[in-house]
Design a protein around this ligand. Structure first.
Ligand code: ADP
Ligand code: MG
Length: 701
């Protein structure tokens, strides 16, 4: 092999060979030399920063200490077996503790020698210790010469270590790889972008990420590589968006007509919020460009998305089209149907409901009316996308709670007209802006960030199990005032049996505390037949029962304005966005509403942060931001199917500023050179012409 480059299979790299190549492929999915170079350290040990033992405390994330290993001793038996080292410097001493690889450690550690120890300090009874610290023999000479002050740490696996590919081994490979291909490395970013954003050149960045000279050098490398990663994601997303607008002609809604105006002037029971007005205007402008609209509307529960959807549909109807609205569950579809019907009143246009339980006879009528154009608005569930459902001329589609629908389902709606209808996707799960820009980078995003005036903020409190009697007393008071109460239990697949038992025990307890005939309790959970569920739900909606005991089936969309108390049991087990959704079930009427978070006395740090966040704020976007910081982008609801979030170095939670910079940079490039035909943009055009591995980009949106 004369010319090795980043695309050369990894087995041709000196020091690798077929066997190592095999584990590298299997364990780390590294196939080429380029893949290896993009396998970045996950942290660095700052070899310039040393602490004295006296300075150590348990709040430190990690610390490096030079000292002498005085002794090593094995203590305990069986599962309690561990190795304890006494370690000392000129300020004090600490214990080093190991639970694993004891025999190997006993052989390799030499008491009496000086070591550099790196680990997380913990503290017990004033005694400092480190568990499983990294140990390196201290060589005073080396430290002085020491050219690598920031020492990279690569994650490795047991298998890799068997092939000498621990962090040091991987580092050696990186060195060989860099030496081998350094001169053939080409920068994927054009020069003028590097200059404009003050970015390191690519070869330099790669060198510095693996072998940083110092902290500044490392930070510059990290910034450059993060920028590049985010830049190319945005380049692709924004190019897709551009292509969509060019490719898909859209129905042109060029007038605001009678139906819209009649509704607005005569039927609308409240003034629209500024946010609602703004979003309706965005939709109006968007549907009058001749291109197909693909817009995501994010708005917290209760922000009034339904009326925005309705007015958009009226706009379509005024321009001679039909509209439909799809919801993920039958209950929700029903609620949209009654909500929309009530808002519209008689005489403006025709609305019907189509779900799985629509009787055949009515179904036939609906099909007929859709085809002859006498039906203006169809509201329903998945039933809408069946092939039998044909429209005379559908122009506008609203999808509620978007992440519950798959891509194919949405694509089917596109095909219900020769020119695809405009798509309005509504979600009540606010997603942090930066995340939305990446997940839905090729959609336009509207935000309803304002609640209708006059809403009383929901009071949220956190109670521990031993305060339960107070909570019952409070529930009684509220019920005496004529209000209704939700009590929600977690029901999680992995622990379903236990959860159902808790639910039953909780229910029995409630039945004792709130006995018939004074109190009536509804119960709804996912294991019940749909018929029973609906029946119980209806009893609560009609006010026949005062308490609704439920699992999270009520999470989405249910609207009972008289229900003013939400009690969430085992609240620490719910995710933040789920808690927020649940809380959104109350606070829908004129009364002061309450959300009571019940938890056990023992809380994890994260659990505590979640509950504290809920108590502190009711702003869905703020909550989503905390959720993003806590869990990282991959776990935010709705993101799981999206491959864009698997990044090599950038992190959407912490790199928002770089993301904005990269995105704005791409926007500017497309503005100036939409077809990327300028000489200076050749690299970018070339990048877009390659097939991107792994991610199916048409799946996003
Ligand atoms: P969501 O965004 O959660 O779907 P809805 O559309 O169901 O919210 O609206 C919640 C409630 O607020 C409904 O009862 C609706 O009629 C009412 N509403 C919507 N917009 C306004 C407004 N501008 N002023 C007062 N009430 C409003
Ligand atoms: Mg809604």
């Amino acid at each position: 092999m004369a010319d090795l480059s980043i695309v050369t299979p990894i087995e041709y790299l000196k020091g690798v060979g077929p066997q190592k190549a095999d584990v590298l492929k299997k364990e780390l999915q590294l196939f080429t030399i380029g893949d290896l170079l993009q396998y970045y350290p996950f942290r660095y040990i700052d070899r310039t920063a040393f602490h004295k033992i006296r300075e150590l405390h348990a709040q430190m994330v990690g610390a490096q200490v030079v000292g002498r290993l005085i002794s090593v001793q094995e203590v305990g038996e069986k599962r309690g077996r561990r190795l304890i080292g006494q370690f000392r410097d000129d300020t004090g001493s600490m214990e080093l503790v190991w639970f694993q690889s004891l025999s190997w450690l006993k052989k390799s550690l030499t008491p009496g020698s000086a070591y550099i120890v790196y680990g997380k300090p913990s503290e017990f009874n004033g005694q400092i210790s480190m568990t499983h610290p990294e140990m390196e023999l201290f060589n005073a000479q080396e430290k002085k010469v020491g050219n690598l002050t920031m020492q990279p740490v690569y994650s490795s696996t047991e298998k890799l270590k068997k092939f000498n590919l621990d962090t040091k081994g991987i580092q050696r490979l990186q060195q060989t790889a860099l030496e081998t291909v350094y001169r053939s490395l080409r920068d994927p970013l054009p020069d003028y972008i590097l200059q404009k954003h003050h970015l390191l050149a690519y070869p330099q960045a790669l060198l510095s990420i693996h072998f940083p000279q110092n902290v500044d050098d490392l930070n510059r490398a990290i910034r450059r590589l993060k920028f590049e990663e985010l830049f190319f994601i945005q380049l692709r997303l924004l190019r897709n968006k551009q292509l969509n607008t060019q490719k898909y002609r859209g129905h042109r809604f060029d007038k605001v007509g009678n139906k819209f105006n009649t509704f607005f002037n005569e039927r609308l029971p409240f003034p629209l919020t500024q946010a609602q007005k703004r979003v309706i205007k965005e939709i109006r402008l968007d549907t009058n460009t001749g291109a197909q609209m693909n817009r995501l509307v994010q708005g917290d529960v209760g922000s009034g998305k339904t009326v925005v959807a309705l007015m958009s549909m009226l706009l379509a109807i005024d321009n001679g089209y039909q509209a439909c609205m799809m919801a993920p569950t039958e209950i929700l579809a029903q609620q949209h149907f009654s909500g929309v019907s009530a808002l519209l009143g008689e005489g403006i246009c025709t609305v019907r409901l189509l779900t799985g339980s629509t009787p055949a006879k009515e179904r036939r009528i609906i099909h007929q009316q859709l085809e002859d154009g006498t039906l203006d608005i169809l509201i329903g569930t998945h039933a809408l996308i069946e092939d039998k459902v044909k429209f005379k001329n559908i122009g506008f589609v609203v999808i509620d709670e978007q992440h519950r629908f798959g891509v194919e389902q949405r694509a089917k709606l596109w095909r219900k007209n020769v020119i695809p209808p405009h798509m309005l996707v509504m979600t009540a799960t606010p997603i942090p802006r930066t995340l939305a820009m990446t997940m839905y980078g090729d959609l336009d995003i509207s935000v309803i960030d304002e609640l209708p005036a006059g809403r009383k903020p929901i009071k949220t409190v956190h109670f521990f199990e031993n305060q339960r009697l107070r909570v019952f007393g409070f529930m009684r008071d509220e019920i005496a005032k004529g209000r209704q109460v939700y009590v929600v239990y977690p029901l999680i697949k992995e622990s379903e049996k236990m959860d159902l038992l808790y639910l039953e025990a909780g229910l029995e307890n409630l039945q004792r505390e709130f006995p018939l005939p004074t109190y009536k309790i509804s119960i709804v959970h996912g294991k019940m037949p749909v018929k029973d569920k609906d029946f119980e739900m209806q009893r609560f909606v009609k006010g026949e029962t005062q308490i609704m005991v439920a699992t999270t089936v009520i999470e989405v969309g249910v609207n009972v304005p008289n229900a003013s108390v939400m009690v969430i049991e085992n609240a620490e087990r719910f995710g933040l966005s789920q808690l927020h959704q649940l809380r959104g079930r109350v606070g829908r009427g004129a009364e002061q509403s309450f959300c009571i978070l019940m938890s056990g006395n023992k809380l994890s740090k994260e659990g505590r942060t979640r509950l504290e966040t809920m108590v502190r704020t009711s702003d869905g976007f703020e909550i989503a931001e905390v959720d993003l910081q806590l869990r990282g982008p991959g776990d935010i609801s709705g993101t799981q199917q999206s491959g864009v979030l698997e990044m090599k170095i950038a992190n959407l939670a912490s790199d928002q500023a770089i993301l904005m910079e990269a995105r704005n940079s791409v926007i500017e490039i497309f503005k100036e050179d939409p077809s990327l035909s300028a000489e200076k943009n050749i690299l970018l055009a070339h990048y877009l012409n390659q097939r991107s591995p792994g991610i199916s980009w048409d799946k996003i949106s």
